[in-house]
Design a protein around this ligand. Sequence first.
Ligand code: RIB
Ligand code: CA
Length: 315
Amino acid sequence: MVRKVILDVDPGIDDAVAITMALFDPRLEVLALTAVSGNVAASQVNRNLQAVVEQLDPPRWPRLGAAAEPERRPDADARHIYGADGLGNANFPVAELHHLHASEKVLTDELRGDPGNVTVLALGPLTNVAATFRRDPALAGQVGHLVMMGGTISGPGNVTPAAEFNIYCDPLSARAVFRAPVTSTLVPLDVSSQVIFGYDLLDELPPENTRAGRFLRRILPHAFRTHRQVLGTEGIHLHDCVALVAVTNPELFQLERMAADVETAGELTLGATVFDRRPNRVWRPNLYVAVDVDVEGVKDSILRGIKQAGEATRD
Ligand code: RIB
Ligand code: CA
């Protein structure tokens, strides 16, 4: 059965690869792509979302939602990894920006349209998801499944020693979403960071006579350069693609029911995800957490998704 999904994204190169996979996965019906400020500012992430869909030009365009600048702009972005424009400095031209509804309105409309049957895949800060639940608290119970890329269980953060980027950018929204009555799964850095792609990924991209191949060849080399120059790694993570695979192939992940919350005030620990794993746990379990993963299985799924997108976008 085809699964209805909404991707809430802050493209960002790994978001863009996940969008490429999702748009051409026959197991998914992408109802909407909703932009959220994160890797780059709202105005840029809105341009990027439209650019990604224009470059890929799927047979049926999903609804697009526009990000708003967050009230409290975090002191972090990912331009040092994803480029000044967030997409490897490809600076894709964008047709005149369509008038887009706000992401939270698109999320609200689509969730109301099919209560209990829509999966929301949150691949950026949780600003839009929290705003949607604030707008109508009943909507939390109408999400079929919320899957979030974010946080860390016991591993180090990536934006501070304690915090992962998506949670750090908007810890108050993350806490609100963790505490909402929604069926949710968290895919933390502890799991997504185990999946690393070497330079041979560039040799496995779809050919130049495909829209997906041309698009991915424009954005991915930049990620390899910055991972080497900035992070000192010979290879790249595609965190958001791992979270997408948690939706399409959950059998590749080991999940545990856990009690989680978010530090919203710490000087050194702001944005840290905290789990109550005491023997005499007091906090109520509130979400599932991916604690282990079939790394090779996930890599194969991502490569298959990219290949599938190439086959679906031949000139
Ligand atoms: O920490 C990884 C997350 O931060 C990913 O979603 C990536 O796109 C960045 O937003
Ligand atoms: Ca992201």
